[in-house]
Design a protein around this ligand. Structure first.
Ligand SMILES: Nc1ncnc2c1ncn2[C@@H]1O[C@H](COP(=O)(O)OP(=O)(O)OP(=O)(O)O)[C@@H](O)[C@H]1O
Ligand SMILES: [Mg+2]
Length: 223
């Protein structure tokens, strides 16, 4: 369902370097992939390119046989909002919206038909946040905020979830909870998941593991 071909991202700092160096990847529908790797190895760059937030230097990305890497910014934004659930590395939520409205936001961005509030309340329940419906982000703990970003990622029934270090600031208990939720979504809805992480406990939840080493993606656990 997701195919990546000869993907490069080149940055220029003191000199030119490849943050992504010829990435090739083929992911089946319903697979749960974990990508581990040291800080600075290129994990977030890869997720941000798949989601269309960053543009690759060269290479192609196909989502269900449609080449998404060559689309315009507007078309990429639409696909990101409509078909992808993005859980960013830092928990970005809108501080002026309450929890329910934050979760419903992707619905309103793509102006579709349906019942956003019903869906939002369903997700609040699924993620154990029902008591926080009208609370504001500043009143929530790190683990609760993570769950809000996961609920928001699920709002539009995504085909694929891209999760960048979703457990980085959580304790062991919350880590297990968040990973358990992702696994359940993966099993229940056959949602494809790409999870990027430092945390080796995540590997118990994934079907397949890759390691990012200086911009190259290697199959298996190599750290
Ligand atoms: N805009 C930029 N300009 C130049 N270099 C950049 C830019 N963005 C990222 N980099 C560099 O690209 C490399 C990959 O960064 P990336 O954020 O993908 O790493 P990461 O594996 O996600 O790290 P972490 O585990 O710390 O989140 C790093 O060396 C980073 O400094
Ligand atoms: Mg990162």
């Amino acid at each position: 369902m997701l195919k990546i071909e000869q993907l490069y991202k080149t940055y220029i700092r003191a000199k030119e370097f490849n943050a992504l160096d010829n990435i090739n990847l083929d992911i089946e529908s319903g697979e749960f992939i974990a990508i581990i790797g040291k800080s600075g190895s290129g994990k977030s760059t890869l997720l941000n390119i798949i989601s269309g937030i960053l543009t690759p230097t060269s290479g192609k990305i196909f989502l269900d046989n449609q080449e998404i890497s060559s689309l315009s910014d507007d078309e990429k934004s639409f696909i990101r909002n409509d078909s992808m659930g993005f859980v960013p590395q830092s928990t970005v939520v809108l501080s002026t919206l309450n929890v329910l409205d934050n979760i419903c936001l992707p619905f309103f961005l793509s102006k579709r038909e349906g019942d956003p509030i019903g869906r939002g309340k369903y997700l609040l329940n699924e993620l154990g946040l029902e008591h926080l419906e009208s609370s504001y982000p500043r009143e929530l703990s790190g683990g609760e905020l993570r769950r809000v970003t996961i609920a928001r990622a699920l709002m539009n029934y995504p085909k694929i979830i891209l999760a960048d270090e979703p457990t980085s600031d959580l304790d062991v208990e919350n880590t297990k909870e968040v990973l358990g939720i992702l696994k359940e979504i993966n099993k229940k809805n056959n949602t494809t998941i790409i999870l990027v992480t430092h945390d080796l406990t995540c590997l118990d939840y994934a079907d397949k593991v890759y390691t990012m080493i200086s911009g190259k993606l290697v199959e298996g656990k190599s750290i």
